[in-house]
Structures are given as structure tokens and as C-alpha cells.
Design a protein around this ligand. Sequence first.
Ligand SMILES: [Fe+2]
Length: 329
Amino acid sequence: MKWRSLFLLAILVAVLTGCRGTPHQGAPGRFSFVAIGDTRHYSRIAQPQAYRDNIKQINRIRPRPEFVVNLGDLILGHADRDMTIWEWEEFDRVTAKLKPPLYLVAGNHDVWDEHSLALFIERYGPTYYSFDHRGSHFVILCSELPVEDGHIAGAQLEWLAADLQKHADAEHIFVFLHRPLWVSHRGMARSGWNEHVHPLLAKYGVDVVFASHDHEFKNYGVQDGVQYYVTGGGGAPLVAGAFYHFMLTTVDGAEVSSVVIDTKGNMLPHDVVTAQARTTPSEVRSTVSGAIRNGTLGGKHASVLVWDSHVVELAIPCEEPGLARPNSQ
Ligand SMILES: [Fe+2]
């Protein structure tokens, strides 16, 4: 009888935690996690090959990342309930191949009205929440709540302020959301992020903010100690010059470092695209796609931009990455 009770308790815990990673404290120490975004398909038939390729590369990383955060736009969405459920089942089927535990962020293709929001919550749980891992704190925000008009406001903003205050002594704090509400384009300048959210993040020492929505990688730099990234190359159609990728972030004591990994397993420094945009002729930038490769220039390791089989521009010199390369095993 006792074993039966324990078995039922285990099932209850599994149901409550859903398909997400199991939140746990864990001992402080060196660990890594993945951020990937916009893995959705562009038809309703199947998840894109680039998402499957990214899953393969994530699974090859050693030591294994301890969890993955998908930053949203997981399905095409904007369909009726039956079709949306069909899309979610396809997402679940492909995503089941991912080895590390998974945390989800809702994107605008996943949640677009009250019905799709209810379906998302029914399948995957709350759209904003937080968890602790090895002494660091991780905050998942939702930029898609109809009642908050695509902003971080109202009850969610109050929750965020309280959550950050409660975990102010965490070794590191990381924040994840779908839309890069800090940027000035696509109507996001009126989100109130820079007036109401960023000051909170700066006050409580947030290390990094990850968003996606734009189908590219972009390093927005550090503002008031907060590093901002867009990593939206998980599988959806790319903007010109972008490449499919995900980000691997390593926490080692006080140190936090991030690299970008493409679907071939190439590891690129976290400012590679910024450097590419700075140094690459615009006609090349608008034509080339997925052509950044690690290489050697003048005897030094470097990331180079390759176009039509020729190295056309040095993207950025970099140190030999200290992490194990995903395709080296
Ligand atoms: Fe989006």
C-alpha cells in the first residue's frame, strides 16, 4: 500500500510539472543551458528541418546542457482549435527528441486570443513563471497576454517586481520573453519596457535577457549591466543574412558566457552577427545565408564569412572556444 501511495504521488508530481523541465535547486556549480527561439514551421504539415537539425546539435553537446528554453513561436497557429491542437501534437512529437528538459515561452503564433491562451495553459501551464537552478534564478515572461496588450504590464509587472525582489540574492538572474520589447521597431517602442521593466532588471542585477520574434541572431549589447540578445533562428524562415542557430550559455561561478551554435555545429562568438553587419558589404549581407564558418586567418582562430566558396570578409577574430564543440565527439 505504501509503495502504491508513493507511485501515485510520483504520477501527481509528473502531471503537475507537465512537459516542462522539472524545477529544482541543484548544487551551485558550472552548468550550461540553451536558448532557442522561433522554431515554428511555415506550413501546418510538419515542424521545419532546421528545428530538427538544431535539436540534433543540442543533443550532441557535452557536457549536456541542463535545460533548454524555447523562446516561443512554436507553431504557426492562428487557426481553429482542432487544427491548433494538431499543430501542438506535431510540435510535441518532434520536440520529444530533445534530451534536456524544456521550458516554454509563449509567442504570438502560440497565443493570439483568449481561446489560444486557454489552450496553451491547458497543455503547458502558466505563461509567466520562474524557477531556480544551481543558485541562479530564471524568469519566463509573456509578451502575448491579450489583457496586457502585448506588453509586460498590470498583474504580470507586479509579479515580476515581487519575484525579482524575492530572488535578489541569486547568483545570476536570466530573463526570457518572446518579443524584444526594448527595440524601437515594429511598434514595440510603446511597450513601456524601457520605462517600467528595464529599470527593474537593472535594479536587481539581471545578467541577460533573451528574446526572439525576429528571425535572426542579434547582440543588442549591455545596458546598465543587463545584456540583451535576440536569438530567433530556431527554424522559421530567416531574415536576409541570418542563419539557423541557438545560443549556449555557460554559468561558472561569477562568470557567464554565451556562444552561438549553428545547425552544422559551428560555434560562433556572441557578437559574430554584429561584427558581420559592421564589416560586410550590404549586397553580400542581403544574399548570403548560413555561410559563417569557423576558420583560421593568419594562424589565428577566427569566424569568417564565406560566400560563393570564398572568404569574403573576416567577421570577427576570436579566441579558441573553451567549450567542447558539439561536432567534435
Ligand atoms: Fe513572433
